[in-house]
Write a protein that binds this ligand. Structure first.
Ligand code: GAP
Length: 443
């Protein structure tokens, strides 16, 4: 029964996402493209807010992190040096009966097909990188790869950024952007897809400080999700077993989220040592060491890497925000309790009637609020229906303009989470909303 409820929750979220314009299936009119998704008008606002919140926290609010935006296509030598050509593989098995393909390391019984119980083939290593050709000739000399992680852009630009920004370790380089992996078993909506966006930061440090910074980034990243309203009992840190570690990592921990299908990865924090700088130094023949003027020492910095996914983080915030509340009249209210900073629309403005100048005043109020917040104007249907539509996309504040607004200069401000309504002077609206956002706490 509990399992059924969890499945229902995922179905409800996928259905809400489509109905209200968060996420659509890619190429839907052609039957859809497996594991590819498009963000609709409300979804793109949510995802942009998630990315802005990450960038603000990881770059703008820190003196020791610089931003970067690298091209998706990189010299093929990058992937040879990084080990991705040789090691970025998953064990692929085929069912001899129904011909379905599986990732062996994700199967409970690695000998039987989970669908039909048929016998499985021996595992073979399947490289997850998408290959294409650069230029008009499709020969082996033109092979190029779609990046499977944004991280390598930071390693190959280490010197460029360090010298141009005059940073000294410990300092970080951050970037967000698309990555591509030919996953054997994508699934769970936008959780595991073949095209996705990452938000990664490589923090370059003196080698002897690796354990201190590893601990620091694990805690700091977990706390970021709490700052944006994720429920504490839906988050945990899980240290990787040695057997789970990627080829470049000395240690790794996941920030895990309690998805409807159970605990699973949200973000990974890895100690990559000097693996990447070392291998790029060897393969490129360029000196990637840092010279410490004070100690007169030259060394290859170690790297601690918090690596998150923008799509997966957006999905986790959507799942965590989803709630169904039974109201006093027995009706069910579907509401998304987003942190106001993540909410796609911050303030919706409604005229009680679309006449007698109420609509004009509401338009004016909405226009003024646009200077500070993302807003939405709605004059159709009963006020209760308009509130319900905003609850479903997680709008934290609704403003209703009525006849007293014209005579007394006040409006009703309705709060999404408590459904409390209060009378506020029009001239104080912006200030009151700002205060509410500042003091917002997840209930
Ligand atoms: N540079 C290290 C790295 O790429 P990762 O754990 O493979 O590490 C980091 O990826 C994050 O990127 C993951 O925690 C996840 O949020 C996101 N991610 C990875 N593969 C993904 C996929 N197939 N679909 C969606 N997000 C993915």
């Amino acid at each position: 029964m509990a399992e059924k409820k969890k499945e229902d929750l995922m179905e409800k979220i996928v259905s809400l996402a489509k109905r209200r314009g968060f996420i659509f299936q890619s190429s839907e009119i052609y039957g859809g493209l497996n594991s590819c998704w498009d963000y609709g008008p409300v979804g793109i606002e949510l995802k942009r807010n998630v990315k802005d919140a990450w960038w603000d926290f990881m770059v703008h609010r820190r003196d020791d992190v610089e931003g970067l935006d690298c091209s998706i296509l990189m010299a093929p030598q990058v992937w040879e040096a990084s080990g991705h050509l040789k090691n970025f593989t998953d064990p692929l098995v085929d069912c001899k009966e129904c011909k379905k393909r599986w990732r062996q390391d994700k199967l409970e019984d690695p000998t039987k097909c989970p669908d039909c119980g048929g016998e499985l083939t021996e595992a073979r290593n399947f490289n997850l990188m998408f290959k294409t050709f650069m230029g008009p000739v499709e020969d082996s000399g033109a092979v190029i790869y779609m990046r499977p992680e944004t991280a390598q852009g930071m390693f190959v630009n280490f010197k460029n950024v360090q010298i141009s920004s005059r940073q000294k370790p410990p300092f970080g380089i951050a970037q967000m952007g698309k990555s591509f992996r030919n996953e054997i078993t994508p699934g769970n909506f936008t959780f595991r897809t073949r095209e996705f966006e990452q938000m990664e930061m490589e923090f370059f440090i003196p080698p002897e400080e690796d354990e201190k910074w590893y601990e620091y980034w694990k805690e700091t990243r977990k706390n970021w999700y709490l700052m944006y309203g994720m429920r504490e009992d839906h988050l945990r840190l899980r240290e990787h077993e040695k057997s789970e570690l990627a080829h470049y990592a000395k240690a790794c921990a996941d920030v895990e989220f309690l998805y409807p299908w159970g605990w699973d990865e949200l973000e990974g924090i890895a100690n990559r040592t000097n693996f990447d700088l070392n291998t790029h130094q060897e393969h490129s023949g360029k000196d990637l060491t840092y010279y410490n003027e004070q100690t007169k020492e030259r060394y290859l910095p170690y790297v601690i890497e918090p690596a998150a996914g923008a799509d997966r983080t957006t999905l986790a915030f959507l799942i965590d925000a989803y709630d169904e509340e039974v109201k006093e009249n027995g009706e069910t209210r579907v509401v998304l309790h987003f942190h106001p900073k993540l909410a796609p629309v911050k303030v919706a403005v409604f005229p009680l009637m679309k006449k007698d100048g109420l609509d004009e005043l509401a338009h004016k109020i909405e226009n003024d609020l646009r200077e500070s917040f993302t807003t939405f104007y709605d004059q159709s249907g009963a006020i209760g229906r308009r509130y319900a539509r905003q609850d479903e996309i997680g709008t934290p504040f609704c403003v209703t303009v009525d006849y007293d607004s014209k005579t007394e200069g006040t409006v009703t401000l309705r709060l999404r989470d408590s459904m409390e309504q209060k009378r506020v002077k029009i001239e104080d609206l912006e200030k009151v909303i700002r205060e509410e956002i500042k003091n917002w706490k997840r209930v």
